[in-house]
Ligand binder design. Structure first.
Ligand SMILES: [Zn+2]
Ligand SMILES: [Zn+2]
Length: 509
């Protein structure tokens, strides 16, 4: 007997009706008993939910039952969950997956797959429209066992689901590197026999983990090829958040995009698809954009490294890399740390608020080379409501961040004004005295600076030591106008150790 029935049906869904007809045809054509049924197909906010049911009996032991379901056009990601009584109750089932053209894998009861990534045993690739099949394998059914299974399939039109885990639910300051490369693009390291070869991504991740980073954005050039690797690795690196990123490498500048696996077009030009269009594309995917190493020369030594898009709308830029770690001491690549500050402050002076960040730009997967900095140098420290990809990106967007030039074990620097922290705005009428507090740790010979609109204030009081470290409080007389106020810790040579994002004064006016 062929049994096919919708238990629940949205009243006006043509797709549901078409699936119903399809299921019936499948039953008739196959000429076999179809014990599984589509229980429901319900349109959800971002796609479609399909639920399949089946009965488990001892006669099915060793068989594979093919359950079909229809995938419409425009699906970017598929999440599948097989719920069955389990081995403990004498019923162990497996879920194989076949798309209309090929086998996609088998071996998990909960899995996801998309154009660019997939859970371990499954193959990433296009979610092609048509008839897909789940192969229910009755690997073990005890002689007296009887039960039911359910397969829940979520077909999403969005590539970026909330698939990244919360690694730490606590709000706090988290340390990370926002710019790194693997051998999937141009990171090189020594092979077992000493040859110069593309570096396996695991070497970078291990190097970052050894620095005890809380998060790492892997930003290979113009490729989504890294995302599957990150998805597999996130399970192992359960204390270090892996942020999906790309360094969009155009002919006139590099921009990091964090937080999407979607397509980002690197074919930027002066007319047609411009840098501003790229930024819009990233924002439509809920990602952030940062202009990288803007201060590098725009010439033949590093084609496209400086930012040369003169028609850039900087109001679309979320962050600017003010410190880049990729510099070999003594070469033309050697900007003193902080060389990106003038470029950044040009935007602040316009009334914009791009967050200042650091990026190690690691290309050696942490191999210790005498002239080369490593992953986590510099470290960007972000205040986030939890350790998750959305929360870290929110913290960056809000400007709740400071940069430790000397890495994850470097010196923190906190700037506050009352309840406001760096990145926040305060209102101060003319004549009002505004208190700023700088809190840091003692570093021999180091000096604190408080800068208003990029200019250090005179006679900053000597910091006071207490159980928490060094604290310095300063009262600044407001003139009622718009200003940005930020803090730095510098060494005896005046080189940056740490710098904060600004507190914005009267910015809304
Ligand atoms: Zn670059
Ligand atoms: Zn880079």
């Amino acid at each position: 007997m062929c049994f096919f029935q919708h238990l629940r049906r949205p009243s006006t869904s043509l797709r549901v009706l078409s699936l119903s007809v399809f299921g019936l045809l499948f039953c008739l054509l196959s000429g076999e008993a179809v014990v599984a049924q589509v229980a429901a197909e319900i349109a959800s906010a971002d796609g479609l939910d399909v639920v399949l049911h089946g009965v488990i009996t001892p006669e099915k032991l060793g068989k594979h039952e093919m359950l079909s379901f229809a995938v419409p056009a425009g699906i970017e990601r598929m999440n599948v969950e097989l719920i069955s009584p389990g081995f403990q109750k004498g019923m162990y089932l497996t879920a194989g997956l076949f798309d209309p053209q090929r086998y996609r894998g088998e071996g998990r009861s909960v899995f996801t797959l998309s154009t660019v990534d997939a859970t371990g045993p499954y193959l990433p690739g296009p979610i092609v429209p048509g008839t897909w099949q789940i192969a229910i394998g009755y690997n073990y059914v005890a002689p007296q066992a009887k039960g039911e299974f359910t397969v829940k399939i979520h077909l999403s039109r969005q590539l970026d689901p909330e698939k990244y885990r919360v690694l730490n639910a606590k709000a706090g300051w988290y340390k990370g590197d926002l710019h790194s490369h693997t051998g999937l693009t141009d990171a090189m390291c020594k092979s077992q026999s000493g040859a110069n070869v593309p570096c396996p991504p695991s070497k970078l991740l291990d190097a970052a983990a050894s620095q005890k980073l809380d998060f790492l954005a892997v930003t290979d050039h113009n490729t989504p090829a890294t995302f599957n690797e990150l998805m597999q690795s996130q399970l192992y690196y359960d204390r270090m958040l892996l942020i999906a990123g790309e360094e969009i490498t155009t002919v006139k500048g590099h921009a990091n995009v964090w937080g999407t696996e979607g397509f980002l077009d690197y074919r930027v030009a002066d007319t047609g698809f411009t840098a501003n269009d790229l930024f819009d594309q990233a924002h439509r995917l809920h990602a952030l954009v940062s202009i990288n190493h803007s201060y590098w020369p725009y010439d033949g030594r590093c084609p496209g490294c400086g930012w040369g898009w003169t028609n850039t709308d900087f109001s679309k830029v979320d962050a600017i890399e003010i410190i880049n770690g990729y510099h070999e001491r003594g070469s033309w690549f050697t900007p003193p740390p902080g060389n990106g500050v003038p470029f950044w402050e040009q935007q602040l002076a316009k009334g914009l608020r791009p967050t200042g960040v650091g990026g190690g730009d690691e290309h050696r997967a942490g191999e210790q080379l005498a002239l080369h900095d490593g992953v986590g140098l510099p470290t960007t420290v972000v205040y986030a409501r939890e350790l998750s990809q959305p929360a870290i990106l929110e913290g960056i967007k809000a400007g709740h961040a400071f940069v430790q030039v000397t890495g994850p074990e470097g010196t923190p620097l906190y700037l506050t004004s009352g309840d406001a922290m760096m990145g926040d705005q305060i209102i101060a009428e003319a004549g009002k005295r505004v208190g700023f507090k700088l809190a840091t740790q003692a570093v021999a010979g180091a000096k604190l600076r408080l800068l208003v609109d990029g200019v250090a204030v005179d006679r900053l009081p000597e910091p006071k030591a207490d159980a928490t470290g060094l604290n310095c409080e300063y009262e600044w007389p407001s003139d009622g106008k718009r200003h940005w106020v930020r803090a730095e810790l510098v060494d005896t040579k005046g080189e940056l150790i740490t710098l904060t994002n600004p507190i914005y004064v009267n910015w809304g006016k």
